[in-house]
Write a new protein. Structure first.
Length: 332
């Protein structure tokens, strides 16, 4: 800074004011300082400036892996919203929600100097890790049941699942089978609960729940079983990847979609419109989830007390994988 000041013929304080974007600096002086910075290859020390200001303009994100559609798209939305607000994002992916892993992630983020942390992780996993989070860290949680402990942003899982089941019942199906996600998943649990509640509201038979692990392979295995069920005409699948496996299993067993069975997914991944047939599914607005996460972070950093859960609405996208029951359904 002293070298820049000497080259520009100004004080070090003026160089500092230019570095910090002070609008009170005369334009001709600003230009001299900027030219001197360029000539000398000077870059302001962002870490030192952050320490002086007391903020780092950075948000940490801890997530359980980057293999699921929801995690990746939520992370992308957070990064975009943070960038528009002038914040960088530091990512720490975990391969398991152990106490050491999560504690290590917070320690590393503290060392990397972030202003707040977004957890794309279900809080019951933190409970299982017996972890106490640092009290000074501002935390926002995505897709969880952490109400009362942290601010939460989530898709309205129940609304989406209820709309999927309601769509199939309105088409004339007597009941709806369900391929759920893993038992430990909060999102899978909410979707399964809403599926069962929608059927009971109408006095319909509740078939046994099938379980998958979010992958097409698990969907295929469940689809083979469903193909052998004589009374199934409609299936609600907890995510689009498993729905893809179900569609393939039906194709391999000669079960026509939607003539013999209707299928609804959840997520509305970009490829869903290109499935054969194009998949009716529940659209999650991941861009809004990300934007609301960053908004909650910024409000907390501004000193506001942020509590409770903000639910992002879902939308049912109707495509060609659902229809009224065909001859198979009428023969039952």
């Amino acid at each position: 800074m002293a070298d820049v000041a000497l080259r520009a013929g100004v004080s070090s304080q003026t160089v500092s004011r230019v570095s910090n974007g002070d609008a009170a600096v005369v334009e001709t002086t600003r230009r001299k300082v900027l030219d001197a910075m360029k000539e000398l290859g000077y870059r302001p020390n962002s870490a030192a400036r952050a320490l002086k200001r007391g903020d780092f303009r950075a948000i940490g994100v801890i997530t359980m892996g980057l293999t699921s559609t929801g995690n990746v798209r939520t992370l992308d939305a957070i990064a975009g919203s943070a960038a528009r607000a002038g914040y960088a994002v530091t990512l720490i992916p975990l391969d398991a929600p152990t106490q050491d892993n999560v504690k290590g992630a917070f320690t590393r983020l503290d060392e990397l100097a972030v202003d707040a942390v977004v957890l794309i992780m279900e809080v019951h996993l933190l409970d299982a890790a017996a972890l106490t989070l640092p009290p000074h860290v501002k935390v926002v949680v995505v897709d969880s049941d952490a109400t009362g402990r942290f601010p939460v942003v989530d898709t309205d899982q129940r609304q989406g699942a209820h709309a999927a089941v309601r769509h199939l019942l309105d088409l004339g199906h007597d009941t709806v089978w369900h391929l759920a996600g893993p038992e430990e998943s909060f999102a899978a649990g909410r979707r399964a609960e809403a599926w069962e509640a929608a059927l009971r509201e109408e006095g319909r038979t509740v078939p046994p729940v099938l379980r998958g692990d979010w992958t097409p392979e698990s969907g295929y295995e469940a689809g083979l079983r469903l193909a052998g069920e004589a009374d199934r005409t409609a299936v609600f699948v907890a995510n689009d990847q498993m729905a893809l496996g179900v569609l393939r299993a039906f194709h391999d067993r000669g079960v026509r979609v939607p003539e013999d069975v209707s299928v609804v997914g959840f997520d509305d991944i970009p490829e869903a419109a290109s499935f054969i047939p194009p998949l009716t599914t529940v659209h999650q607005d991941f861009a809004r989830v990300g934007a609301w996460c960053v908004d909650a972070v910024l409000r907390e950093l501004a000193g506001e007390t942020v509590t409770g859960t903000r639910l992002v609405p879902t939308t049912l996208v109707e495509r060609s994988s659902t229809a009224a029951p065909g001859a198979h359904g009428r023969e039952r």
